[in-house]
Design a protein. Structure first.
Length: 264
């Protein structure tokens, strides 16, 4: 089994849910026509990310249903970045994965909030996601800053995941995260990483683009250019490649957890 993933690099339209859903629908049709079985959007793509006080009125219960309707109509799974209203009244920065029938597979809330922007808008999630399966391929999801903590990707690798899906809104001057850290995360865990960023800008933020899908040997399977480029980054996740990488570079098997200092 294998899974072809398409990552949507796009600026979106800040604060315009209808326009962003239309962009997702068009991308879903193109991705499906090019053989992809999963479309991944950037972080908070449905509403926009750096939109301040305009966010709260856009947080509606039907956002997931509208994404699911696109998935079911086109026949492709979609992992969409969007806000989620919490029972206590706060907002989570979330990614929801629905399958090609529009059925929800997993919902994850960003656990590591980045700087004043995230902390002003969102409440942090309190758990990493359980692995899920799509077309026989084991997946996990993280959001942006989460992947910069080695423990998050290592936890997914130890759970037997083949690929980590990472919607992001990575901004300047942090292009080195996309270019250098993401291949390292893939290599050190023998895991595929699909890192899907915004392009363009929102407010004072200028996004770096550079979306990529990286193999478990650290090789970049597909990459888009910088902030001025929009489009789909497409590559196939092959579980056999994961197994070959773990046999050739047995970091996971050779770990000695008893030696490692506990967290303080």
């Amino acid at each position: 089994m294998s899974l072809t993933i398409a990552g949507l690099q796009h600026a979106g339209v800040e604060g315009d849910v209808d326009a962003n859903l239309a962009i997702i629908a068009e991308a879903a049709r193109e991705a499906s026509a090019r053989g992809a079985r999963l479309l991944v959007t950037p972080e908070m793509f449905v509403t926009g990310y750096n939109i301040g006080d305009r966010l709260a009125p856009l947080v509606a219960d039907d956002l997931v249903d509208r994404v699911a309707a696109i998935a079911a109509e086109v026949g492709i799974a979609i992992a969409a970045g969007l806000p989620e209203r919490l029972p206590g009244g706060g907002i989570a920065n979330a990614v929801v994965l629905v399958d090609e029938h529009g059925e929800e597979v997993v919902r994850y809330r960003k656990t590591h909030l980045f700087g004043a922007l995230d902390r002003a808008l969102f409440e942090p999630g309190d758990r990493l996601p359980d692995p899920v399966e799509l077309d026989g391929v084991r997946l996990s999801v993280l959001i942006c800053y989460d992947v910069e903590f080695p423990e998050t990707v290592r936890a997914a690798a130890l759970a037997g995941v083949d690929a980590v899906i990472v919607p992001t809104a990575q901004m300047e001057p942090f292009g080195h995260i996309a270019e250098r850290l993401i291949p390292v995360r893939a290599w050190e865990n023998q895991i595929h990483v699909a890192y899907v960023d915004r392009s363009g800008s929102e407010g004072e933020l200028r996004y770096v683009g550079l979306s990529s899908i990286v193999g478990p040997d650290g090789e970049v399977l597909a990459r888009l250019g910088g902030t001025d480029e929009s489009g789909l980054v497409i590559a196939t996740i092959d579980p056999e490649a994961t197994r070959r990488a773990r046999a050739a570079n047995p970091y996971l098997a050779d770990r000695r957890p008893a030696l490692y200092a506990p967290e303080r």
